[in-house]
Design a protein around this ligand. Structure first.
Ligand code: NAG
Ligand code: FE2
Length: 465
């Protein structure tokens, strides 16, 4: 069994997948459609020169991938995520199938006082077979504490810090990350900023059917993702659906398991979690969201559980933006917005953060297309640095709700100071330096008249069958 897996994995990935590439080209996939709609938007749209995946060429020569120094039982692509209150999930991959899914950990370097046992999975996709993907939940853990840990009972020591249980809370935010040299600058800038957790509103690796690129992405983000929880939701590039061959989301679901069970959801494609005084909902733009869908029913149930006294901040992430004045992907979020915006408005969501459009845009509080002091602040931050480049062309005149828009790569930081005040900044990658470019204080809706006004409306929506 193991030998077969090893043999299949050593096929040169491009050559092995050539017959399927043609099929993919013929398939109406959202990623092809998205790229095309970007390209035809107008004559004055200038896409910057594309940057390749950092390691794409190397992967054509699989014999060069072997590093003599690392053993097949060593942990690769280590990342962590929250897994319910006071728990963290550690995920890593080994080539060696005999490595146990255990994590030893403790609060002193080299001294492991606890051990957790977890589960493992793997997947096949076309001719590719993944390594052994381990998921181990640790806890209960202390808040705001550094833990040292070791994966699979051997190998190097890693460390992470758990988030605080109270404000202040610092969140790094980046979308549409990819794995180019633009991505590397963004990750370097995020590393320089103190943050408790990273939020990613979709489009992670841009592997786009080439499964070994999920592995190189995992390696690229490990230095950050093994030290702070990464909470992600899916974008169109996670789908990798091929009619009659692949059902979609195999790689994403296997590698980026999020706390959906812990939040009462039946799908890894949408879930919620709480951290300090924030309730954060990760929605799925690429699964059903209409009023009869499982996601909609789950969202209603999740919103009904929120206690704004305990979690005064309510933040939602999703991939395809609802308020976007860039020509790229114009209107793609509209049907989801029609289905879900009234529900989120009635629940007094403070912020809705999206990706997909490769640029940055911030909107005032808005609802139903109009400025509304009880609506959500919308942010589009699909500018992590993927290989497709920037979306530079905007609709004019600028809509009344759009406050700031710029087509540059960068990342955002949300520092929630207390139950009412948060400071949002967007940092552009300017000649490889992070430059704070947008800067605004955001007040939560908790404690404002908004909540009084529409609580009856929310109850009506939540109680509706
Ligand atoms: C929250 O922080 C802001 C900014 O520092 C401050 O002005 C405000 O008084 C604080 N509010 C509470 C409730 O502590
Ligand atoms: Fe996207």
């Amino acid at each position: 069994m193991e030998t077969r897996v090893a043999a299949r994995r050593s096929l040169p990935p491009l050559v092995a997948q050539l017959p399927f590439l043609l099929l993919i080209l013929l398939t109406v996939s959202s990623c092809a459609a998205a790229a095309t709609s970007d390209l035809v938007i107008g004559e004055d749209y200038v896409r910057p020169p594309a940057r390749r995946h950092r390691k794409a060429l190397l992967s054509l020569f699989p014999w060069r991938k072997k590093k003599a120094s690392s053993s097949s039982s060593d942990p690769q692509q280590v990342h962590i995520s929250l897994a319910g209150e006071k728990h963290v999930r550690v995920t890593w991959i080994t080539d060696d199938n005999s490595v146990p899914s255990v994590v030893d950990y403790g609060i002193k370097a080299g001294t492991y006082t606890s051990t957790s046992q977890g589960e493992s999975t793997s997947y096949s996709y076309l001719l590719y077979s993944s390594g052994k993907i381990h998921h181990v939940v640790l806890g209960p853990l202390e808040d705001n504490t550094v833990y040292y840990y070791r994966c699979g009972g051997q190998g190097p020591e890693f460390q992470f810090k758990t988030p605080p249980s109270q404000f202040p809370l610092s969140l790094a935010v980046v979308g549409d990350l990819g794995q180019t040299s633009w991505t590397t600058s963004t990750l370097n800038h995020i590393k320089q900023c103190e943050h408790d957790m990273l939020l990613l509103p979709g489009d992670l690796s841009y592997a786009d059917y080439m499964q070994h690129l999920w592995d190189s992405f995992g390696k690229l983000v490990e230095p950050l993702a093994s030290t702070r929880p990464w909470m992600v939701t899916e974008g169109n590039h996670e789908k990798e659906h091929i009619p009659f061959f692949e059902s979609g989301f195999q790689s994403y679901n296997a590698r980026w398991k999020m706390p959906y069970e812990e939040s009462g959801s039946a799908s890894n494609l949408y879930y919620s979690f709480e951290v300090a005084g924030a309730h954060i909902i990760m929605l799925g733009s690429y699964t059903d969201y209409d009023e009869n869908s499982d996601q909609y029913a789950w969202l209603k149930a999740d919103l009904a559980k929120i206690d704004r006294k305990r979690t005064p901040w309510l933040i939602v992430l999703l991939h395809a933006p609802w308020y976007n004045s860039n020509w790229a992907h114009q209107g793609e979020g509209d049907s989801m917005m029609t289905a879900m915006e009234p529900l989120l408005y009635a629940a007094h969501v403070d912020m809705i953060i999206a990706g997909h459009v490769h640029a940055y845009e911030r909107a005032e509080r808005v609802y139903n297309g109009r400025l509304d002091p009880c609506g959500a602040v919308h942010i589009t931050i699909g500018d992590g640095g993927n290989r497709e480049g920037l979306a530079r062309r905007y609709r004019n005149p600028k809509p009344a709700w759009s406050v700031f828009r710029e087509a540059s790569f960068g990342h955002g930081e949300l520092k929630i100071l207390n139950s009412t005040h948060a400071h949002w900044t967007w940092h552009r990658n300017d000649d490889e330096e992070p430059v704070r470019t947008d800067d605004v204080w955001i007040n939560s809706l908790a404690g404002t008249g908004c909540i009084q006004d529409s609580s009856r409306e929310l109850r009506k929506i939540l109680m509706a069958p």
